[in-house]
Design a protein around this ligand. Structure first.
Ligand code: NDP
Ligand code: MG
Ligand code: MG
Length: 340
């Protein structure tokens, strides 16, 4: 197994005395900023005026325009949406970056795909918590942490690795464990996971199962429960103890069905499709399509999104969830929305 670092393995604190500008105060931004502050570090927030800026001020932070925050910072952690980072970097970050400062990320997309090309005289590192921001904050407050990956892309000062590790410790990640990766590995595995399995794979699997039952004449309500609602119970068991834990808890009938039918759904051909998806990620074809889609204001993204909102599973789901007030309406909850 790869080396996992904990608090006691990270002794060289090179973050003390440095000023950290956290750019963006959303899911990750609020958690990094608050955890670093509670760990004793100096933090300013770089933002445009808006909802997040108001919230950061309410939480007691100094909020500056991005350009001003960057010009006083030794470490600039960029926590805006990935598709806006390149523009803000070009306009407000790059012109104000101090020589010998560091820019940091929680996801490698913009560096790996060359949308942000840092100057030679700055450190570039990543600390990517493996969980949504609200969990990064909550676990920190409880005295624990969410594990994180770290990577160094450019080491101009000779301190980039210690800086990344000090930062990871500062947000509480080393209480759980910090693992080394590269920008390439983090970016490509993150994109592949969300496309083939976690988001794309799962939503397509759920919809196909629902459609097969409804087209065969079964009630959409029954189809919803069996193909979507119960997913949570299964995922919780997987999360807590892997495949065997889940199989231990389900009936033997379900387990036999798992063994004989699962491979008929996800076949050798499906695996070939997954390899094609990975190849598109590795070649930059996926990144290019997403960057261009954003440049033309997302016509395809918006059209598909509208179509998906009208899928029958969404309508029946809304009605059934209204009968179950114990289900938290987390989809609309800004903080829990983004995990991938
Ligand atoms: P969010 O969408 O939650 O937050 C974005 C923040 O950026 C908001 O505060 C927003 O402010 C601000 N912002 C947007 N546009 C601009 C702009 N033009 N100028 C200044 N500020 C702007 O982002 P996330 O926290 O989800 O993602 C941040 C990074 O963390 C990404 O790289 C992502 O890949 C990574 N990541 C995210 C995880 C997650 O669970 N969410 C997990 C691991 C990594 P405003 O209110 O003004 O719009
Ligand atoms: Mg059942
Ligand atoms: Mg992702």
């Amino acid at each position: 197994m790869v080396k996992v670092l904990h608090d006691e393995d990270i002794q060289r604190d090179v973050l003390t005395g440095k000023k950290v500008a956290v750019v963006g105060y959303g899911s990750q931004g609020h958690a990094h900023a608050q955890n670093l502050r509670d760990s004793g570090y100096e933090v300013v927030i770089g933002l445009r005026e808006g909802k997040s800026a108001a919230r950061a001020r309410e939480d007691g932070f100094t909020v500056l325009p991005v350009a001003d925050a960057v010009s006083v910072a030794d470490v600039v952690m960029i926590l805006m949406p990935d598709e806006t980072q390149a523009k803000v970097y070009k306009e407000s970050i790059k012109p104000n970056l101090k020589s010998g400062a560091a820019i940091a990320f929680a996801h490698g997309f913009n560096i790996h795909f060359g949308q942000i090309v840092p100057p030679d005289d700055v450190d570039v590192f990543m600390v990517a918590p493996k969980g949504p921001g609200h969990l990064v904050r909550r676990t920190y407050e409880e005295g624990a942490g969410v594990p994180a990956l770290y990577a160094v892309y450019q080491d101009a000062t000779g301190q980039a690795k210690d800086l990344a590790l000090s930062y990871a410790k500062g947000i509480g990640a080393a209480r759980a464990g910090v693992l080394e990766t590269t920008f390439k590995e983090e970016t490509e595995t993150d994109l592949f996971g969300e496309q083939a399995v976690l988001c794309g794979g799962l939503t397509s699997l759920i919809k196909a199962g629902f459609e097969v039952l409804v087209e065969a004449g079964y009630q959409p309500e029954a189809a919803y429960f069996e193909c979507l609602h119960e997913m949570k119970l299964i995922v919780d068991l997987l999360y807590e103890g892997g495949l065997s834990n889940m199989r231990y808890s389900i009936s033997d009938t379900a387990q036999w069905g798992d063994f004989v039918s699962g491979p008929r759904v996800v076949t050798a051909e499906t695996k070939e499709r997954m390899k094609e998806i990975l190849a598109d990620i590795q070649s930059g074809a996926f990144a290019k399509s997403w960057i261009l889609e954003n440049q033309v204001n997302r016509p395809q993204f918006n059209a598909i999104n509208a179509q998906e909102l009208n899928h029958p599973i969404e309508k029946v789901g809304q009605e059934l969830r209204a009968l179950m007030p114990f289900i938290k309406q987390s989809v609309k909850d800004q903080e829990t929305k983004k995990v991938a």
